[in-house]
Design a protein around this ligand. Structure first.
Ligand code: HSE
Length: 430
């Protein structure tokens, strides 16, 4: 029997407890390990009442006491945050216990320290649940694709943003309305900042880059932008050009430069990632031996995330019985460096709000030409509103630095009515 202690009895904590309790004999039949939750800790005594009458389980508001409990071999950290969660994880590893966590912020921001300490101690950290909830993408990369180098990866890593963009696309409603609907239906938090500004997705991308590209990417090196500036008109234009807009995490390795970014981007309708809708998550990656792979599923919620937590516990319990810990994800620079956002190249969509007068197009294209940005499509359509019309241009590959400089210059022209919108196009065929 392997004893499990759960710290944090929120939605995921409770579902983890429930799965381990109700699927105990199924797990034993399938995996040959007998797992038992022996202790649960939460700072809120009311939450502990959810456990009810379970004679196997000790409940406590004192997490360090649970971690010290000799019966607890695997500590499951599901409390969130990066301070106390860091201390408890360190405490458990110092006691040579193994830790499972769903805490993406903790691993993205302080993972280097924790993974290093776990290796030193012969302990390990399971983190399947930290990226894309129920999708077993960590295991797929770590085990299934171990004989591959991965140089290209796309992720729809935030269900809240994906839900909002799907509603905007389906119903033609503005961002604020779609966000309010997502909040009413429980898909978005009351304070949605982490989700809609791309930070949650960047945490997950940071973990994926460490694992799949083996590069110690820092959060500060991931160019991050959210979806709050996207307007229905951009979604409409994207559709006309054969694209959908998604909050996309992108990681690439080219010529010893690693690029990682999270931002709204246009992706071809024929790409499988463009059909990942509602609150679903997906990761698309290319391995040099396996080719393209796509992983799809629910990225949040108690049951899907609990399912991932349980898979880590089972994996650990199996290896504990043979005394073999898993190495932490090895992340080394090996002569590589992070590519600056400025130098990152791609085609772009630009939408100008411009007066409908002679010479406007030539002035705009003149500025773009000065920055060596080549245009491959232009559309002007729609009625004049207050004397302005939308003009949309798609460019060939350009550096983000040049694009931003050109945009700033264009936005100073007298016939431009508001800041120009630009969106990256993730289309390898352009
Ligand atoms: N809030 C996240 C999302 C789930 O909307 O996908 C947890 O990371």
């Amino acid at each position: 029997m392997v004893g499990v202690g759960i710290v944090g009895l929120g939605t995921v904590g409770f579902d983890t407890y429930r799965i381990l309790r109700d699927y105990r004999s199924l797990i034993e039949t399938r995996a040959g390990v007998d797992l038992r939750v022996v202790a649960v800790a939460d700072a809120d005594p009311d939450r502990l009442k959810l456990i009810g009458e379970d004679p196997d389980v000790t409940t406590t508001t004192d997490a360090p006491r649970l971690i010290e409990d000799d019966r607890v071999e695997i500590v499951v950290e599901l409390m969130g945050g990066t301070d106390a969660a860091f201390d408890y994880t360190k405490q458990a590893i110092a006691l040579k216990k193994w830790v499972v966590t769903a805490n993406k912020a903790l691993l993205a921001e302080r993972g280097e320290d924790l993974f290093g300490f776990a290796d030193e101690q012969g302990s390990e950290i399971g983190f399947e649940a930290s990226v894309c909830g129920g999708i077993p993408v960590i295991r797929a990369i770590r085990d299934g694709l171990v004989g591959n180098r991965i140089h290209y990866m796309l992720g729809i890593l935030n269900g809240t943003s994906n839900y909002i963009l799907s509603r905007m696309a389906d119903e033609g409603i503005p961002f604020d309305k779609a966000l309010a609907e997502a909040q009413r239906l429980g898909f978005a938090e009351k304070d949605p900042t982490l989700d809609i500004e791309g930070i949650d997705a960047a945490h997950k991308l940071c973990i994926l880059v460490r694992l799949a590209l083996g590069f110690p990417m820092q959060m500060s090196e991931i160019a991050t932008a959210g979806i709050s500036k996207i307007e229905p008109i951009d979604i409409e234009f994207a559709k006309e050009f054969g694209y959908r807009i998604k909050l996309l995490g992108v990681a690439k390795e080219e010529e010893n430069l690693i690029e990682a970014r999270v931002e709204p981007a246009m992706i071809p309708i024929k790409h499988p990632m463009s059909n990942v809708n509602e609150a679903y998550n997906a990761v698309y990656l290319v391995g040099d031996n396996v080719g393209s792979n796509l992983y799809y599923g629910k990225g949040a919620g108690g049951s899907p995330t609990g399912s991932a937590v349980v898979s880590d516990i089972v994996d650990m319990a199996l290896r504990k019985t043979v005394g073999c810990s898993r190495r932490s994800p090895i992340a080394r620079k090996d002569g590589r460096s992070a590519k600056s956002a400025e130098k990152s190249m791609s085609p772009f969509y630009m939408r100008f709000k411009a007066q409908d007068t002679p010479g406007v197009l030539s002035r705009i294209s003149g500025v773009l030409a000065n920055y060596n940005i080549s245009i491959y499509a232009v559309v002007q359509k729609g009625r004049k509103v207050d004397g302005y019309v939308p003009i949309v241009m798609l460019t060939y590959e350009a550096s983000e630095g040049s694009l931003r400089k050109a945009k700033a210059e264009i936005d100073r022209l007298p016939f431009i009515g508001e800041e120009t919108m630009h969106i990256r196009i993730e289309d390898r065929e352009l």
